[in-house]
Write a protein that binds this ligand. Structure first.
Ligand SMILES: [Mg+2]
Length: 242
Protein backbone atom coordinates (compact mmCIF):
# COMPACT_ATOMS: atom_id res chain seq x y z
CA UNK A 1 0.00 0.00 0.00
CA UNK A 2 1.21 3.37 -1.01
CA UNK A 3 1.33 6.55 1.06
CA UNK A 4 2.03 9.63 -1.07
CA UNK A 5 3.20 12.70 0.80
CA UNK A 6 2.80 16.20 -0.58
CA UNK A 7 5.75 18.48 0.29
CA UNK A 8 4.78 22.14 0.85
CA UNK A 9 2.40 22.70 3.75
CA UNK A 10 2.31 18.97 4.51
CA UNK A 11 5.86 17.89 5.35
CA UNK A 12 7.48 21.29 5.61
CA UNK A 13 7.19 25.03 5.20
CA UNK A 14 9.70 27.37 3.65
CA UNK A 15 8.41 30.81 4.58
CA UNK A 16 7.40 31.81 1.06
CA UNK A 17 10.93 31.25 -0.29
CA UNK A 18 9.55 29.31 -3.29
CA UNK A 19 7.24 31.97 -4.79
CA UNK A 20 9.76 34.70 -3.95
CA UNK A 21 12.57 32.82 -5.72
CA UNK A 22 10.32 32.25 -8.74
CA UNK A 23 9.66 35.99 -9.00
CA UNK A 24 13.39 36.70 -8.66
CA UNK A 25 14.12 34.18 -11.42
CA UNK A 26 11.62 35.79 -13.76
CA UNK A 27 13.06 39.23 -13.06
CA UNK A 28 16.61 37.96 -13.62
CA UNK A 29 15.69 36.40 -16.97
CA UNK A 30 13.38 39.21 -18.10
CA UNK A 31 14.52 42.38 -16.36
CA UNK A 32 11.86 45.05 -16.25
CA UNK A 33 11.65 48.50 -14.74
CA UNK A 34 7.91 48.80 -15.18
CA UNK A 35 6.17 48.96 -11.83
CA UNK A 36 3.23 46.86 -13.07
CA UNK A 37 5.54 44.02 -14.16
CA UNK A 38 6.48 43.09 -10.62
CA UNK A 39 4.49 40.19 -9.20
CA UNK A 40 3.98 40.24 -5.46
CA UNK A 41 5.04 36.74 -4.32
CA UNK A 42 2.74 37.13 -1.30
CA UNK A 43 -0.23 37.36 -3.62
CA UNK A 44 0.71 34.36 -5.77
CA UNK A 45 -1.73 31.47 -5.44
CA UNK A 46 0.65 28.53 -5.54
CA UNK A 47 -1.02 26.15 -3.06
CA UNK A 48 -1.74 22.81 -4.70
CA UNK A 49 -0.53 24.04 -8.09
CA UNK A 50 2.27 22.60 -10.24
CA UNK A 51 5.51 24.53 -10.76
CA UNK A 52 5.25 24.55 -14.58
CA UNK A 53 1.71 26.00 -14.29
CA UNK A 54 2.96 28.72 -11.93
CA UNK A 55 5.72 29.55 -14.44
CA UNK A 56 3.18 29.77 -17.25
CA UNK A 57 1.00 32.12 -15.21
CA UNK A 58 4.00 34.33 -14.46
CA UNK A 59 5.05 34.66 -18.12
CA UNK A 60 1.42 35.22 -19.17
CA UNK A 61 1.12 38.04 -16.63
CA UNK A 62 4.19 39.66 -18.16
CA UNK A 63 2.93 39.15 -21.70
CA UNK A 64 5.94 36.95 -22.51
CA UNK A 65 5.88 33.97 -24.82
CA UNK A 66 5.85 30.59 -23.05
CA UNK A 67 8.54 28.55 -24.83
CA UNK A 68 10.25 25.30 -23.85
CA UNK A 69 13.62 27.06 -23.87
CA UNK A 70 12.19 29.79 -21.64
CA UNK A 71 10.83 27.17 -19.26
CA UNK A 72 14.19 25.39 -19.07
CA UNK A 73 15.99 28.66 -18.35
CA UNK A 74 13.42 29.57 -15.69
CA UNK A 75 13.70 26.18 -14.03
CA UNK A 76 17.49 26.40 -13.85
CA UNK A 77 17.51 29.98 -12.61
CA UNK A 78 14.77 29.34 -10.05
CA UNK A 79 16.64 26.28 -8.73
CA UNK A 80 19.87 28.23 -8.34
CA UNK A 81 18.15 31.17 -6.62
CA UNK A 82 16.18 28.89 -4.29
CA UNK A 83 19.39 27.12 -3.25
CA UNK A 84 21.00 30.50 -2.50
CA UNK A 85 17.99 31.70 -0.51
CA UNK A 86 17.97 28.47 1.52
CA UNK A 87 21.70 28.84 2.15
CA UNK A 88 21.43 32.49 3.18
CA UNK A 89 18.17 32.46 5.15
CA UNK A 90 17.63 28.89 6.31
CA UNK A 91 13.84 29.34 6.02
CA UNK A 92 12.82 25.67 5.67
CA UNK A 93 11.52 23.67 8.58
CA UNK A 94 9.85 20.28 8.88
CA UNK A 95 6.32 20.43 10.26
CA UNK A 96 5.72 18.80 13.65
CA UNK A 97 5.42 15.03 13.38
CA UNK A 98 6.24 14.91 9.66
CA UNK A 99 9.54 13.08 10.11
CA UNK A 100 7.98 10.56 12.50
CA UNK A 101 5.02 9.94 10.18
CA UNK A 102 7.25 9.31 7.16
CA UNK A 103 9.56 7.15 9.22
CA UNK A 104 6.65 5.04 10.47
CA UNK A 105 5.42 4.48 6.88
CA UNK A 106 8.95 3.61 5.79
CA UNK A 107 9.38 1.07 8.60
CA UNK A 108 5.92 -0.47 8.15
CA UNK A 109 6.19 -3.76 6.25
CA UNK A 110 2.93 -3.26 4.27
CA UNK A 111 3.39 0.43 3.45
CA UNK A 112 5.63 2.33 1.06
CA UNK A 113 6.29 6.07 1.31
CA UNK A 114 6.71 8.25 -1.77
CA UNK A 115 6.40 11.93 -2.69
CA UNK A 116 3.63 13.43 -4.80
CA UNK A 117 4.12 17.15 -5.31
CA UNK A 118 3.79 20.10 -7.65
CA UNK A 119 7.49 20.87 -7.25
CA UNK A 120 10.09 20.33 -9.92
CA UNK A 121 12.14 17.27 -8.84
CA UNK A 122 15.34 19.23 -8.17
CA UNK A 123 13.68 21.91 -6.03
CA UNK A 124 11.39 19.39 -4.31
CA UNK A 125 14.40 17.33 -3.24
CA UNK A 126 16.19 20.50 -2.18
CA UNK A 127 13.27 21.43 0.11
CA UNK A 128 13.07 17.94 1.64
CA UNK A 129 16.80 17.97 2.41
CA UNK A 130 16.71 21.55 3.71
CA UNK A 131 13.96 20.51 6.15
CA UNK A 132 16.26 17.81 7.53
CA UNK A 133 14.01 15.01 6.27
CA UNK A 134 15.73 11.90 4.98
CA UNK A 135 15.08 11.72 1.19
CA UNK A 136 15.92 7.99 1.22
CA UNK A 137 12.74 7.26 3.19
CA UNK A 138 10.75 7.98 0.01
CA UNK A 139 10.85 5.19 -2.56
CA UNK A 140 10.26 7.61 -5.43
CA UNK A 141 8.78 11.00 -6.27
CA UNK A 142 6.10 12.13 -8.69
CA UNK A 143 6.73 15.73 -9.64
CA UNK A 144 4.93 18.79 -11.00
CA UNK A 145 6.78 18.56 -14.29
CA UNK A 146 5.32 15.12 -15.05
CA UNK A 147 1.68 16.02 -15.78
CA UNK A 148 -0.45 18.90 -17.01
CA UNK A 149 -2.51 18.99 -13.82
CA UNK A 150 -2.45 17.54 -10.33
CA UNK A 151 -5.06 14.92 -11.23
CA UNK A 152 -2.47 13.45 -13.61
CA UNK A 153 0.00 12.72 -10.81
CA UNK A 154 -1.59 9.83 -8.82
CA UNK A 155 -1.82 7.51 -11.87
CA UNK A 156 1.92 8.03 -12.46
CA UNK A 157 2.59 7.21 -8.80
CA UNK A 158 0.58 3.99 -9.02
CA UNK A 159 2.29 2.93 -12.27
CA UNK A 160 5.68 3.65 -10.77
CA UNK A 161 4.88 1.69 -7.61
CA UNK A 162 3.58 -1.29 -9.58
CA UNK A 163 6.76 -1.36 -11.71
CA UNK A 164 9.03 -0.90 -8.70
CA UNK A 165 7.40 -3.30 -6.25
CA UNK A 166 6.22 -5.78 -8.90
CA UNK A 167 2.79 -6.17 -7.38
CA UNK A 168 -0.62 -4.69 -8.08
CA UNK A 169 -1.75 -1.61 -6.22
CA UNK A 170 -5.41 -0.60 -6.25
CA UNK A 171 -6.31 3.09 -6.24
CA UNK A 172 -8.13 2.74 -2.90
CA UNK A 173 -4.95 1.23 -1.43
CA UNK A 174 -3.19 4.46 -2.30
CA UNK A 175 -3.38 7.32 0.21
CA UNK A 176 -2.46 10.91 -0.49
CA UNK A 177 -1.44 13.08 2.45
CA UNK A 178 -1.82 16.74 1.52
CA UNK A 179 -2.76 20.20 2.72
CA UNK A 180 -4.91 21.69 -0.07
CA UNK A 181 -8.28 21.12 -1.78
CA UNK A 182 -6.23 20.22 -4.88
CA UNK A 183 -4.69 17.27 -3.00
CA UNK A 184 -8.17 16.04 -2.02
CA UNK A 185 -9.41 16.50 -5.59
CA UNK A 186 -6.52 14.65 -7.24
CA UNK A 187 -6.98 11.73 -4.84
CA UNK A 188 -10.75 11.37 -5.22
CA UNK A 189 -10.69 11.90 -8.99
CA UNK A 190 -8.45 8.82 -9.18
CA UNK A 191 -10.25 6.63 -6.64
CA UNK A 192 -7.49 7.19 -4.08
CA UNK A 193 -7.93 7.92 -0.39
CA UNK A 194 -6.78 11.18 1.15
CA UNK A 195 -5.75 12.41 4.57
CA UNK A 196 -5.81 16.21 4.69
CA UNK A 197 -3.73 18.20 7.17
CA UNK A 198 -4.39 21.83 8.09
CA UNK A 199 -0.74 22.85 8.22
CA UNK A 200 -0.64 24.78 4.95
CA UNK A 201 -2.65 27.75 3.72
CA UNK A 202 -6.02 26.11 4.49
CA UNK A 203 -7.41 25.61 7.99
CA UNK A 204 -9.73 22.83 9.11
CA UNK A 205 -12.90 24.79 8.27
CA UNK A 206 -11.65 25.51 4.76
CA UNK A 207 -10.64 21.90 4.09
CA UNK A 208 -13.73 20.18 5.55
CA UNK A 209 -16.16 21.06 2.67
CA UNK A 210 -13.80 19.27 0.25
CA UNK A 211 -14.52 16.04 2.14
CA UNK A 212 -11.14 14.44 2.67
CA UNK A 213 -11.47 10.88 4.00
CA UNK A 214 -9.77 12.00 7.21
CA UNK A 215 -9.02 15.56 8.27
CA UNK A 216 -6.24 16.17 10.80
CA UNK A 217 -5.04 19.44 12.31
CA UNK A 218 -1.44 18.34 11.69
CA UNK A 219 0.86 15.29 11.76
CA UNK A 220 2.05 15.99 15.29
CA UNK A 221 0.13 13.08 16.84
CA UNK A 222 1.63 9.91 15.34
CA UNK A 223 -1.06 7.64 16.78
CA UNK A 224 -3.78 9.75 15.17
CA UNK A 225 -1.98 9.56 11.82
CA UNK A 226 -1.55 5.78 12.16
CA UNK A 227 -5.26 5.42 12.97
CA UNK A 228 -6.13 7.60 9.97
CA UNK A 229 -4.07 5.39 7.65
CA UNK A 230 -5.67 2.21 9.02
CA UNK A 231 -9.13 3.76 8.70
CA UNK A 232 -8.79 4.85 5.07
CA UNK A 233 -7.12 1.63 3.97
CA UNK A 234 -9.92 -0.41 5.53
CA UNK A 235 -12.64 1.66 3.82
CA UNK A 236 -12.48 -0.21 0.49
CA UNK A 237 -12.99 0.96 -3.09
CA UNK A 238 -15.27 3.80 -4.17
CA UNK A 239 -16.35 5.51 -7.40
CA UNK A 240 -13.87 8.22 -8.43
CA UNK A 241 -15.42 11.69 -8.01
CA UNK A 242 -15.14 14.23 -10.79
MG1 LIG B 1 0.99 21.38 -0.40
Amino acid sequence: MLILFDIDGTLLRSGGAGPRSMCMALQELHPSRHEGDFVDPEKMDTAGSLDPLIWRKLVDQRGLEATDAGHTAFRETYGAILANVFEAENPVYALPGAAAAVNWVHEHSDLEAALLTGNYPETGRLKVKAAGLDPDLFRFGVWGSEADGRRGLPPIAMERAIAMFERSIDPHQTVIVGDTPADVDCAHANGCRVIAVATGRFDLEQLRPHEPDVLLPDLADLTRFQDAVSEVLAAGPFEPRH
